[in-house]
Design a protein around this ligand. Structure first.
Ligand SMILES: NC(=O)c1ccc[n+]([C@@H]2O[C@H](COP(=O)([O-])OP(=O)(O)OC[C@H]3O[C@@H](n4cnc5c(N)ncnc54)[C@H](OP(=O)(O)O)[C@@H]3O)[C@@H](O)[C@H]2O)c1
Length: 253
C-alpha cells in the first residue's frame, strides 16, 4: 500500500514511518526539513520517497497528492500528522500565527482528504488517518488555537465517517495525550510548572505501533495513552477540575 505521511521528519511521524515501512508499505514522507526526512527514509526498510514541502501553503498542498502519486502510484492511505502547537495568552498572541496553525492543523488535512477521496472512491479502497489530539477535549492550557484546530479536525472526522459509511473508505482519528517528542518537550517549556505533572506520558514508538494495529482492525479512534479517553468521557468534569490547577506561563519562553 502507498502511504502519504505528513510530518514525517520527527516525533510521531518519524516513528510511524519506520513502523509502516517494516509492515511492507511504500511511503511518501512529507515535511519541511529535507535532511531529517532523508534520515528517516534511510531508517526505513522498504521503498520510501521524500517530498519536502511547507504544508501551510495551499498551492503546495493542492499539488501534493499528484506529486506523491507520480512517485509511487495511487495513495491508498493518507496520514495527516503534521502539526504545530502554540502556547500563549490569546489576548497577546499574533493572530497570523494562530491562523497559520489552523491552516496546518485543520485546513491542510481537509484539503488533502479532498484530494485523495475521489481516487479512493473510484478504486473502492482507502484509509484516512488524522492525528488530532486529546486537546480536542482538554489541555493544553493557553492553547486556544491549537485546541480549536484539533477539535475541528476531530469533528470533521465524525462527519466524514458518516458520509463514507456506505463505502469501503475508513477514517481513523488519533487522540494523543502528551507524547515525548520535539513538540511535547517544547510545549512544557512554556509553563512555569508542569501542568501534566502526575499524568501519564506516551512515547512515539509505542504510539506508532498502536496506530498500525488500529489501522489493521479498521478502528475509528485511538486515545493514547488510554487514560486520555477519560478526557472525552468526563470532559466537563475534567474542565472543572482544571480550574483548580494553578498554571502560569513563563514570560521568557
Ligand atoms: N507530542 C505530543 O504531545 C502531541 C500530543 C497530541 C497531539 N500531537 C500531534 O501529533 C502530531 C505530530 O506531532 P509530534 O509530537 O510528533 O511533533 P513534532 O516532532 O514537532 O513533529 C511535527 C511534524 O510536523 C511537521 N511540520 C511542522 N510544520 C510544518 C509545515 N509548515 N509543513 C510541513 N510539515 C510541517 C514537522 O516537520 P518540519 O519541521 O520538518 O516541517 C514535523 O515532522 C501533530 O499533529 C501534533 O499536534 C502531539
Amino acid at each position: 500500500m502507498h502511504v502519504l505521511l505528513t510530518g514525517a521528519s520527527s516525533g510521531i511521524g518519524a516513528a510511524l514511518a519506520r513502523v509502516l515501512s517494516q509492515d511492507g508499505h511504500v511511503l511518501t514522507l512529507v515535511a519541511r526539513r529535507q535532511a531529517l526526512l532523508d534520515e528517516v527514509a534511510a531508517s526505513c526498510v522498504g521503498p520510501t520517497h521524500v517530498l519536502p514541502a511547507d504544508l501551510t501553503d495551499p498551492v503546495v498542498v493542492e499539488g501534493l497528492v499528484a506529486a506523491a502519486e507520480a512517485l509511487a502510484g495511487p495513495v491508498d492511505i493518507l496520514v495527516n500528522n503534521a502539526g504545530i502547537e502554540y502556547v500563549g495568552a490569546t489576548a497577546t498572541m499574533d493572530p497570523d500565527v494562530g491562523e497559520r496553525l489552523i491552516r496546518l492543523n485543520t485546513l491542510t488535512p481537509l484539503r488533502l482528504i479532498r484530494s485523495v477521496l475521489p481516487g479512493m472512491l473510484a478504486r473502492g479502497k482507502g484509509q484516512i488517518i488524522d492525528v488530532a489530539s486529546a486537546a480536542a477535549y482538554v489541555f493544553p492550557p493557553y492553547g486556544t488555537h491549537y485546541t480549536a484546530s484539533k477539535a475541528a479536525l476531530a469533528a470533521a472526522d465524525h462527519q466524514l465517517r458518516w458520509e463514507l459509511r456506505k463505502t469501503p473508505i475508513r477514517v481513523m482519528t488519533v487522540y494523543p495525550g502528551p507524547v515525548r517528542t520535539e513538540m511535547g518537550t517544547r510545549v512544557l517549556g512554556h509553563y512555569r510548572t508542569d501542568p501534566s505533572k502526575g499524568l501519564p506520558w506516551g512515547n512515539a514508538d509505542e504510539l506508532a505501533q498502536r496506530i498500525l494495529h488500529a489501522m489493521k482492525r479498521g478502528d475509528e479512534e485511538i486515545f493514547y495513552p488510554r487514560f486520555y479517553a477519560l478526557s472525552r468521557s468526563f470532559a466537563r468534569l475534567t474542565r472543572f477540575i482544571m480550574r483548580f490547577i494553578p498554571v502560569e506561563l513563563r514570560h521568557d519562553a
